[in-house]
Design a protein around this ligand. Structure first.
Ligand code: SAH
Ligand code: ZN
Ligand code: ZN
Ligand code: ZN
Ligand code: ZN
Length: 491
């Protein structure tokens, strides 16, 4: 299957180049923001800076944290822009209008009414993606409506609702049964009693199904997700309408308290956070959010536990490994390949060939995580962890080095293992694809000027003063043939 691999390679190249979606825009996360960020319908916006090649943009701007497509949220404001009272009021009104039509309370009341109805009166409008009470029928009579919604169906909303696949915002890719089962069994075997599901609606629902089926595994789950449709199916203590790019609870303080209580129950013992964010999203704001959730959990810890970490599963493609570990040095990447239902790229191949690039990043010691041998994993006693069968232990690196599930080869010149498709290039002095262009212009890193990475993966983060020098260096390298990248997407 060459096509998916190629497409995947393209995504991977973009990520490694630090230019996802080639927008040329980076998020700025001031540690002590002087002024609070303005609000869009999705909560506080984020500060961005446009980085066009060789040109230092000094004017920064606020844009939506959740939507990377202006079609979904067109908020834009220069950092230094002053807005008139009238415009501020208009914005406030717009933000209000964009909120869901029903309050969280109303949803809960409607659900309580609905489950009391006989089967024949429980309906779901597919067009509006809404559960209907008899009073609503008239309004939806020309829509596609499904009747006889059983309690079982109500317990599996991710099968009733269609996945919101728009890549730039929701990117809702649901776990395949096999992966979801694996996760639930793993969480239960590891002894967790509470799971904070951040953007994992299908995992949330499977945990709850299991808990109601089998009294032995009584794991509780709380779902935080931006997909408001789920609020129709869950009470306040099991769903919060939430934006994981700015840690915003749409239903305010009450919802925040639900989350806090959940994390701090039993003095914070027995809880894990599992998250599967949209891959197109920026890693930095996610890391900031997860650190806030960690801090919330820590508040409930007793003093003598202060060294403990909140257990986390962060599900993300393998090529984000260095980015994630930069923010969470205690995380390691498991070899387990997470499969999805509605994502052609990420499905378990027909031939049994696994192709998913999606992995689990965790701070749980990997030797505690048993991967299924029947799905092609084995235990490496030297690495003390489960790895893919094809992932061979390299005696020179002293580790099982493959990241993508294929067998990697050791390169003695690079002194590391590299992808099987790579060869050593004496001009570049490193391994690369055979058809790479070594003489092409190299952009390198904006911060330190080195060629082997981009600004976003630079370890030299405190070196912003060197930016100017690095940019000059790049300009010299590129001469006058500089092309500016068009500003796509949400700038
Ligand atoms: N594999 C998971 C779903 C992951 S898809 C499962 O099967 O349970 C990404 C999820 O994150 C979706 O449910 C989507 O609605 C949610 N999401 C997308 N953007 C979000 C945001 N800004 N804040 C919170 N959740 C978000
Ligand atoms: Zn927005
Ligand atoms: Zn090994
Ligand atoms: Zn090696
Ligand atoms: Zn080369």
């Amino acid at each position: 299957m060459a096509a998916p691999r190629d497409r995947l390679a393209a995504v991977e190249a973009e990520v490694l180049a630090g230019r996802q979606g080639s927008s040329g825009v980076e998020v700025v996360l001031p540690s002590e923001p002087a002024t609070p960020a303005p609000l869009c319908p999705h909560g506080p916006t984020l500060l961005f800076v446009k980085v066009s090649q060789g040109k230092e943009e000094t004017r920064r701007f606020y844009a939506c944290s959740a939507c990377r497509d202006r079609k979904d949220c067109n908020f834009f404001q220069w950092e230094d822009e002053k807005l008139s009272e009238a415009r501020l009021a208009a914005r406030e009104a717009h933000n209000q209008r964009c909120q869901p039509p029903l309050s969280r309370m109303q949803c809960v009341e409607r659900y309580s009414k609905l489950i009391e109805l006989p089967l024949s009166q429980r309906r779901f409008c597919q067009r509006c993606q809404q559960l209907l009470l008899p009073d609503d029928w008239e309004k939806h009579h020309e829509h596609q409506v499904v009747g006889d919604i059983s309690i079982t169906q109500l317990k599996r909303p991710s099968q009733l609702l269609y996945p919101l696949e728009n890549k730039k915002t929701n990117a809702q890719y649901l776990f395949a049964d096999r992966s979801c089962q694996f996760l639930v069994d793993l969480l239960s075997n590891l002894g967790f009693r509470r799971v904070l599901c951040v953007g994992t609606p299908r995992l949330h629902e499977l945990i709850r199904l299991k808990a109601s089926d089998d009294k032995m595994s009584n794991i509780k789950s709380l779902l935080l997700d931006i997909d408001f449709r789920y609020s129709q199916f869950y009470m306040e203590d099991s769903f919060c309408h939430y934006n994981m790019f700015n840690h915003h609870f749409f239903d305010g303080k009450a919802a925040l308290e639900v989350c806090r209580t959940f994390l701090q129950e039993d003095k914070g013992d027995g809880v894990i956070m599992v998250t599967d964010p949209p891959f197109g999203g920026l890693v930095e704001p996610l890391a900031v959010t997860f650190k806030k959730l960690i801090a919330m959990w820590k508040e409930g810890q007793s003093q003598d536990n202060s060294h403990k970490e909140l257990p986390i599963f962060w599900i993300f493609p393998y090529f984000f490994e260095s980015r994630i570990c930069q923010f969470f040095p205690s995380f390691c990447m498991l070899d387990y390949q997470v499969d999805y239902d509605n994502h052609a790229l990420y499905k378990h191949g027909k031939t049994g060939r696994k192709q998913s690039p999606v992995r689990i990043f965790t701070n749980i010691p990997p030797n505690k995580i048993i991967l299924p041998t029947e799905e092609g994993y084995r235990f490496c006693p030297l690495c003390q962890r489960y790895v893919s069968l094809e992932n061979q232990h390299c005696e020179h690196c002293n580790s099982c080095t493959s990241k993508d599930g294929r067998k990697w080869n050791h390169c003695f010149l690079c002194k590391k293992c590299v992808k099987p498709s790579w060869i050593h290039c004496s001009i570049c002095n490193c391994c690369a694809l055979p058809d790479h262009s070594c003489k092409g212009p190299k952009d390198g890193c904006f911060i330190c000027g080195e060629l082997d990475h981009k600004r976003s993966t630079c370890s030299n983060t405190s070196a912003s003063k060197k930016v100017n020098k690095a940019v000059r260096k790049q300009k010299q390298r590129r001469g006058n043939k500089m092309k500016r990248r068009p500003l796509k997407d949400n700038p």
